[in-house]
Design a protein around this ligand. Structure first.
Ligand code: HEC
Length: 186
């Protein structure tokens, strides 16, 4: 004969189960929306400051980029989100990729131009990572192209003796924006 557990016991058991259940992990769409919201002000202010500086003088724009890009990344890193830029061929050693970004950046660099251009990855302790491809556009060639004007090249050399970020063509994979999100940000 079948024996059933008394009803109150079942209720207690299912309540315990409910309490033990982990909260559902944030889905990738939520992670990338949160990462994009953190990266947007960084991207738009960097673009605005770089365009203004370029219009004034490409040589001086090198200094503006060198000082403002890291400052803008710091400003945009808050509320449990840290953002940055990186590349395989680096200009500034300070932009070296965090360890978790390296394999994701390598994977994105192999994607074709109409392939995937961003990835969400799980990290330790419930943190999440987001990485997004940066491609070279025409204005970037002034400082990252194959034929950098001598004055601009001199300004780059003075500041970045180990620069490896020249010789690109429009459309090339240049690097990535990345964001690291703590569970409190999601
Ligand atoms: C006026 C010159 C100049 C122009 C134009 C320029 N960059 Fe840069 N770029 C720099 C400098 C200088 C750095 C190093 C900034 C730093 O010290 O963080 C840099 C760094 C970067 C980095 C970070 C990784 C690294 O190599 O240090 C990326 C990615 C990047 N540039 C992409 C671009 C793209 C894409 C464009 C076009 C939209 C562009 N840059 C236009 C001068 C320039």
């Amino acid at each position: 004969m079948l024996r059933f557990a008394p009803l109150p016991l079942l209720v207690v058991a299912s309540l315990l189960g409910a309490c033990q259940r982990e909260p559902a992990p944030p889905d990738d769409a939520r992670v990338s929306a949160r990462a994009k919201a953190a990266l947007d002000p960084f991207k738009s202010s960097l673009k605005a400051e770089l365009s203004a500086a370029l219009a004034a003088s490409p040589e001086q724009a090198v200094a503006v980029c060198g000082e403002r890009a890291p400052a803008l990344a710091r400003d945009a890193s808050k509320d449990g989100v840290v953002v940055g830029r990186s590349a395989q061929k680096l200009r500034s050693p300070n932009n070296a990729a965090p360890a978790w970004v390296v394999p994701v950046m390598d994977e994105l660099s192999r994607a074709s131009t109409d392939g995937p251009s961003s990835r969400v990855v799980p990290l330790a302790d419930g943190r999440r990572g987001y990485v997004e491809t940066i491609r070279v556009g025409a204005p970037c060639l002034v400082c990252h192209g194959e034929a950098v004007a001598p004055g601009v090249a001199a300004a780059i050399d003075a500041r970045y003796p180990k620069d490896a970020a020249r010789g690109f063509k429009a459309g090339d994979f240049r690097g990535v924006f990345w964001a690291e999100l703590s569970p409190s940000a999601l």
